[in-house]
Structure formats: structure tokens, C-alpha cells
Design a binder for this molecule. Sequence first.
Ligand SMILES: [Cu+2]
Length: 141
Amino acid sequence: MKIRTSIIQLLLTTIVVASAILGAACGGSAPEAVEIPVNVAGEAMDPGTIRVKQGDMVTLKIDAEEAGEFHLHGYDIEQEIDKDEVASLYFVAKATGRFRITFHHTEEQEHKKEDTEGDHGHDDEEEGEEVDIGFLEVGPR
Ligand SMILES: [Cu+2]
């Protein structure tokens, strides 16, 4: 009886461990379409870190207190945000890693300068209006 119990326990443990390993290896294998509400207020966004998985088709629904430009570094995607509208930013999370998200407060002069120079290098000394508001974390699948 005792031996039988321990064999059953061993089998059960094996099954649990095996499925945990398999689950971790191919968990959520298919890329998902995810929609994430993002609130930008002051110098922070909520959530502070957006977490998705590689391959996910992400739509950020951005609601900002002030007008400006939402900039996802690394992916180098920019989205104009109007003050009283929720903006949609769509991208496919192809690259894994941790990426800075900044907010550029709208300032006509700077944008014109960027447009003519074709330079958007984000030198902090040149662009005093760029504020770090959070991160995007793309985890491996
Ligand atoms: Cu930027």
C-alpha cells in the first residue's frame, strides 16, 4: 500500500512537473492581439511599464493630459496625441527587450526644426521638452 501510494505520487509529480515545463516552453504560443489603455499625466504614464510578448499585435489606447508626441524608442514609433482624444498606436512587438517611452510636449518650433533637419536624435541638451514617462517590455514567447 505504501509503495503503491509513493508510485502514484511519483507519477503525479512527474506529470505536474512535465506539464509545467511544457507550459512554460510553449505557453501562449500564438501571438495575441492586445489592447492596452495608457494614461499619460504629468511626467508619468500608467501603467509605468507596458508588458507584452514577442509577436503580439499591440494597440495602445493613449489618453494624455496634455497634447504632445508619444515616442516609443527602439521601435522608433511616434504618435501625435491630442489633448481630449484617445489616440491609438498600433505596432507588432517584433523585438524583445526594454524600451524607453518618452513624451514630447507639443512645441511648434521644435517640430518644424525636426522636420526640416530630418533629425530626431533626442539629444537631451537640445530637446529639453522630452520627458521619460515609462517603458515597454517585450518578453520572449
Ligand atoms: Cu522621443
